[in-house]
Design a protein around this ligand. Sequence first.
Ligand code: UTP
Length: 299
Amino acid sequence: MTRRIRKAVFPVAGLGTRFLPATKTVPKEMLPIIDRPLIQYAVDEAIEAGCDTLVFVTNRYKHAVADYFDKAYELEQKLEKSGKREQLDLIRNVLPPGVRAVFVTQAEALGLGHAVLCAKPIVGDEPFAVLLPDDLIWNRGPGALKQMADLAEARGSSVIAVQDVPREQTGSYGIVATESFADRSGRIRGIVEKPSPETAPSTLAVVGRYVLDPRIFDLLESTRPGAGGEIQLTDAIAQLLDEQAVDAYRFQGTRFDCGTHIGLIEATIRYALDHEKLSDAASQLMQNALSELGVIESQ
Ligand code: UTP
């Protein structure tokens, strides 16, 4: 596998139960950090990494994701008439020219592995990226996927993003066992889904960025439901390891787990504090709130 990745898959067909009741009508990926939905951050990261074909695996209730990337004629006309150029550019650049969006339906939420398999007819026989938009990765330099695509191209391997987590949290992640790490990466020897802290082979947790060889599709086709009765991407990756090189990569950047309440709050605070127009006001608001609640002494 030596080719540059051009296609990115966004599995966004999950039910998002942790954000009910909001996710009854608003898909989790459309929850905003400041003024951009989570999906936009992931899309921008994929485009920066060189992808020009974006495959969204949705379910039949998630029209909002497709609508978001569609052209909004009426809104554009209104903004144009009222001379709101800045806002017009914002909505027109949701997808830059030359980038195409393809939508595939996952008929039933049978798991992440199954969702990735739904993208097979579009991806075909080339290496591709998978991005889970609820893992938001913030970095001042190149995005996490760009870092991974460069490594995958240089090594000719599949690459999986990992980060160190406290041992008591291994049960929430796929966990990898690797050979020794150099320059942020190490060859994966084994991978298990959600092991208990006592049985976890390491504390290196898989986060939602992958560069995968298309062989994964064949393996997914024969993968039986695993943890939680779902077809797990982790189980197919475990088989891929027996055949090909797969590297774990400790990306540069900070990851926010926006699939959880606290992760979404943390990301919002961080992006607000780093925002060129909002940072002073956000910092003041936070201090006021903390002192009003008696968490810090008022100044
Ligand atoms: P999660 O485990 O976060 O599940 O899926 P979820 O349904 O989105 O959220 P909760 O746990 O109910 O709150 C990880 C990723 O895999 C996608 C999700 O959309 C998310 O991006 N996924 C999961 C699918 O696309 N299809 C599935 O069948 C399952």
